[in-house]
Design a protein around this ligand. Structure first.
Ligand SMILES: NC(=O)c1ccc[n+]([C@@H]2O[C@H](COP(=O)([O-])OP(=O)(O)OC[C@H]3O[C@@H](n4cnc5c(N)ncnc54)[C@H](OP(=O)(O)O)[C@@H]3O)[C@@H](O)[C@H]2O)c1
Ligand SMILES: [Zn+2]
Length: 346
C-alpha cells in the first residue's frame, strides 16, 4: 500500500462527518503499522473529539504497543491550540508517534503550519502535501470560514430546456425523482439552505430533507419587507429557520423554530455581513436554492464556490429567466433525462 492509499482512507472516513462538523473541518486519520491500519477515526461532530483522538483511541489493546512505531496519516494538519479539546500535537507527542503524513495545512491563523512546526521541533518526521488537491476539497468549508469569514457557498437551481427557472405566478417542477433525491442528499450535507422571498411566496417550499436520510439544514429566508405569511412552510417547526428582515421593517412572522434577525438588505456589503453572521450560526456549508434574483445576487457579488445546475427537457414558454453562468462547466452528469453540470469558482 502507498501513502496515497492510506490518505484516501482518511478522506473516506473524514466525509462521514459531512453536515455535522461546522465550523470545524471534516478530518480523517489512520494509524498504520507496517502497512496495516491499526486504528482510524474521524471528527464526527462539532465539539466532539478530533480525528486523531478517535484514531488513537480505536487501537485495540493488543496493538497499543505498536503505536510508537506507527505512522499517523491525517487529512488536515494536526491542531496545536487549546480549543474544546487539548492540542492534537500534544497527543501525538505523548503517544511517541514517530511519523506523521498530512494532506494539507490547516489555514486557521492560529495553526497555519504551526502544528507541523511543533511536531518537527520535537523530532517527528512529518510529510505534507499527499493528495493535497483532494485534501483541500475536504477542508474547503473550514478554509472558507477562516480565510473569508463566510461559508463555502453552493448555488443550486434547475432550469427548463429553454433557460427558465420558474413561473412568476405558480410553482413549476423541472427535475425527475432521482435528481430530487440527490438534492435532498445535498441538503442533509449542508449546514444552511438559503432562498429569496419570492420563492417562498410562489413555491412555498419546506426546504427540509425528506427524500434522503439525515438532518435538515438551517433555513435562511431573505424577506426584506417582512411580509411573508407566518403559515409559510419555511416557518414551521420541522427545521430551524433564520428569517432575515431589513432594518426598520417590522414583521408579525416569527419562525416556530428559530429567529428573526434584522439586517439592512439594501446596505452595501449586506451579503458579506449576512455570510459572516451565518458563520456565527455555525453554517460552514451553505446551499443557495434560488430564485433567479437571489442566485444572481451571489454571482454578481462573486460570493460562490460551486454551482450545481440541472437542465431538464421541460419547455416553459413564459417564465423567469434562469441566471447565466459565465464559465464552462467542469463536470457533467446525466441523471435519466436531466443534465447536471458542476461549475467551480476558483
Ligand atoms: N428552478 C429552481 O431551481 C428554482 C428554485 C427556486 C425558485 N425558483 C423559482 O424562482 C422564482 C422566484 O425567483 P425570483 O428571482 O423572482 O425571486 P427570489 O430570488 O426567490 O426572491 C427575491 C425577490 O423576491 C422579491 N420579493 C418579493 N416579496 C418579497 C419580500 N416580502 N421580501 C423581500 N423580497 C421580496 C424581491 O424583491 P426586490 O426586487 O425588491 O428585492 C426579489 O426580487 C419562482 O418562480 C420560483 O418558482 C426556481
Ligand atoms: Zn486536533
Amino acid at each position: 500500500m502507498k501513502q496515497e492509499d492510506f490518505m484516501l482512507r482518511c478522506f473516506e472516513i473524514a466525509l462521514l462527518g459531512i453536515g455535522h462538523t461546522s465550523p470545524n473541518p471534516m478530518v480523517g486519520a489512520c494509524l498504520v503499522y507496517e502497512n496495516r491500519i491499526i486504528g482510524e477515526g474521524y471528527h464526527e461532530k462539532h465539539g466532539g473529539p478530533h480525528a486523531e483522538v478517535n484514531a488513537i483511541n480505536s487501537v485495540l489493546e493488543e496493538d497499543r504497543h505498536l503505536i510508537p512505531q506507527s505512522t499517523l496519516y491525517v487529512s488536515l494538519e494536526p491542531c496545536c491550540v487549546y480549543g474544546r479539546t487539548p492540542p492534537c500535537t500534544n497527543l501525538i507527542l505523548a503517544n511517541k508517534i514517530p511519523k506523521v503524513v498530512v494532506s494539507t495545512l490547516d489555514l486557521s491563523p492560529e495553526v497555519a503550519g504551526n502544528g507541523i512546526k511543533i511536531l518537527r521541533e520535537h523530532g517527528v518526521d512529518v510529510t505534507t502535501g499527499i493528495l493535497e488537491d483532494m485534501g483541500k476539497v475536504i477542508a474547503a468549508s473550514r478554509h472558507a470560514i477562516v480565510t473569508l469569514d463566510r461559508p463555502y457557498i453552493i448555488l443550486k437551481y434547475a432550469q427548463s430546456a429553454n433557460g427558465k427557472i420558474g413561473h412568476p405566478d405558480k410553482q413549476v417542477w423541472f427535475t425527475n425523482s432521482i435528481s430530487k433525491i440527490l438534492v435532498h442528499k445535498w441538503r442533509s450535507e449542508s449546514d444552511g439552505i438559503l432562498v429569496g422571498a419570492n420563492t417562498v411566496a410562489i413555491d412555498n417550499p419546506a426546504l427540509t430533507t425528506r427524500e434522503y436520510f439525515g438532518k435538515s439544514p438551517i433555513r435562511v429566508i431573505l424577506d426584506k419587507k417582512g411580509n411573508l405569511p407566518s403559515e409559510s412552510e419555511v416557518f414551521n417547526d420541522a427545521a430551524s429557520t433564520i428569517h432575515v428582515v431589513s432594518n426598520g421593517k417590522t414583521t408579525k412572522t416569527t419562525p416556530k423554530n428559530g429567529k428573526t434577525i434584522n439586517m439592512d438588505d439594501n446596505a452595501p456589503g449586506f451579503l458579506d455581513q449576512l455570510m459572516s453572521r451565518l458563520v456565527e450560526e455555525k453554517i460552514g456549508l451553505l446551499l443557495v436554492e434560488g430564485g433567479a434574483k437571489t442566485i444572481q445576487r451571489f454571482l454578481t457579488a462573486d460570493l460562490w464556490d460551486e454551482a450545481r445546475i440541472f437542465t431538464t427537457e421541460v419547455i416553459l414558454p413564459d417564465g423567469i429567466d434562469a441566471p447565466k453562468m459565465e464559465k464552462a462547466p467542469e463536470k457533467t452528469f446525466q441523471i435519466l433525462k436531466d443534465k447536471l453540470e458542476y461549475y467551480f469558482n476558483r
